[in-house]
Design a protein around this ligand. Structure first.
Ligand SMILES: [Zn+2]
Ligand SMILES: [Zn+2]
Length: 258
């Protein structure tokens, strides 16, 4: 399984994209920085997008990806998410309000986008992967995904989350954990209120993981608050040292092979 970090940041600026991951070139997780990261032939390979929640920094490239798929290669894309998330993105972004109605283009019979609701704790076979949706704590309804390939490689991507992510640990056993740290420890209270993690909160959740599972997976941190990147990096390195764990910051175009 090859995992590409397409976007690892909280703000889009030159050299930094919004949250998106791509597995083996075909399965996208969140859509904050898909089209700005990939060439047309690479975009054409994407068959499915899994959304963790509806926030714009995770969904906006559904519009540009659907436009390219609909206009240039007429390929159908399937988007999986909670019903709640699908209702918001279809109403606000994709259903014709601000751009093309991708549920009727090029035709109602063969639209560019097909939506599939996934239930909390639901398990689905998606383009050859076993996909498990696990609810996570955030400021809006959100799910993380454990993706397992046919040869048994697995990752758990939390999406945006905050203290209490350890409630998920009993449901997953990944080799790789991709999670978020939106800001440094000095903003812990604010981050918690906004539904995010700082390095200190992540540390507590990882201690719970090890207590429950007896190991710690490799951890990659994304959704990095750009102005605080150096501070976050230092605090995450401290957590990694204390726990004797492999925890590092993700970056744009990073590739991880499992
Ligand atoms: Zn969010
Ligand atoms: Zn976000």
């Amino acid at each position: 399984m090859e995992v590409q970090i397409l976007g690892a940041h909280l703000a889009e600026v030159k050299g930094a994209r919004l949250t998106s991951l791509l597995i083996d070139g075909i399965l996208a997780l969140d859509a904050g920085g898909l089209t700005s990261a990939l060439s047309l032939p690479e975009q054409k390979q994407i068959e499915t997008v899994l959304l963790t929640h509806h926030h714009f920094d995770h969904t906006r490239d559904l519009v540009t990806l659907a436009a390219n798929a609909g206009y240039y290669w007429r390929k159908q894309l399937t988007v999986y998410a909670l019903r709640y998330t699908l209702d918001i993105v279809s109403g606000c972004l994709l259903g014709g309000k601000i751009y093309t109605n991708f549920f009727e283009y090029p035709s109602k019979e063969k639209p560019t986008l097909v939506l599939e609701a996934i239930e909390p704790y639901g398990r689905k076979a998606v383009v050859g992967y076993d996909v498990l949706a696990v609810p996570v704590k955030h400021s809006v309804p959100a799910i993380g995904y454990q993706i397992t390939s046919s040869d048994g490689k697995s990752l758990f991507y939390t999406g945006d989350t905050t203290a209490g992510i350890s409630d998920c640990w009993q449901h997953v056993s990944p080799q790789l954990l991709i999670t978020e740290v939106a800001g440094p420890d000095k903003y812990e209270d604010w981050l918690k209120k906004a539904g995010h993690l700082c390095p200190r909160l992540l540390r507590e959740e990882l201690i719970q993981f090890r207590r429950l599972k007896g190991y710690l997976p490799r951890v990659i941190v994304i959704h990095i608050g750009n102005p605080y990147e150096q501070e976050i990096k230092e605090e995450v390195a401290q957590v990694a040292q204390e726990l004797g764990a492999d925890i590092s910051l993700g970056y744009e175009d990073m590739k991880i092979t499992l």
